[in-house]
Design a protein around this ligand. Structure first.
Ligand code: HEC
Length: 186
């Protein structure tokens, strides 16, 4: 019994308090995390906005399917880190919660109204920030399948993401987490 609980407790304290991080490092990397996620979000938003203008949300779904991952990847190079989006209700199977840390963080951000956090994970630093359904436009692809998502878009989503969990959201819902992994402290 204790064999099982102790590691979980240790993990939790490790993640929740990041005891070994000094204040300056914490601030520096948290600021970087904030800047990077604001940047990536702006780039993704502007791309999805343009795609919607070009061919409506159904075209933009296809565009995101092809381009979202490579847009994020290209920014990994610019910022020298590893950026991803994860969610318990994921659309792309690659964005599912996969590590224990991601699952812990999901729980933490679900239960508490935290703005963001930085953790130490081995020699890496990892920044997490919640993603909200921050504007009505998100609902065109993540809202109620009957009322918010038009039939052509719904069909495209089913074709490209047969295991899609990412619909049924309302404005301001907690949608996912930004995760920015800094591979080495500099
Ligand atoms: C045009 C349709 C469309 C719109 C509008 C849209 N999304 Fe998405 N969203 C997608 C698609 C498609 C994916 C899967 C991308 C991929 O395959 O990597 C996705 C993935 C995501 C993910 C990654 C996790 C997952 O489920 O795979 C998050 C987080 C997310 N969207 C949040 C938002 C937010 C917040 C908004 C509004 C600011 C928004 N989306 C607007 C289509 C859309």
């Amino acid at each position: 019994m204790t064999n099982k609980i102790l590691p979980i407790l240790l993990l939790f304290f490790c993640f929740a308090c990041s005891p070994k991080l000094d204040n300056d490092t914490y601030k520096k990397f948290k600021n970087s995390g904030q800047e990077i996620t604001a940047n990536v979000q702006a780039v993704l938003l502007s791309n999805v906005g343009k795609a919607i203008q070009t061919g409506g949300p159904e075209y933009a779904v296809e565009f995101c399917n092809l381009e979202a991952a490579s847009i994020v990847d290209s920014l990994n190079g610019v910022f020298d880190c590893n950026i991803s989006r994860v969610s318990a209700k994921n659309r792309n199977p690659q964005n599912a919660l996969s590590t224990e840390q991601e699952k812990e963080m999901w729980k933490l951000f679900t239960e508490q109204q935290l703005a963001d956090t930085l953790l130490q994970s081995g020699s890496n630093l990892v920044y997490y920030k919640p993603i909200k359904i921050g504007m009505p436009a998100c609902l065109k692809c993540h809202g109620n399948p009957e009322t918010d998502i038009n039939p052509a878009t719904g069909a495209k989503l089913q074709e490209l993401y047969p295991a899609d969990l990412a619909t049924g959201y309302q404005l301001n819902d907690f949608r996912g987490l930004w995760k920015v992994e800094f591979t080495k402290a500099k």
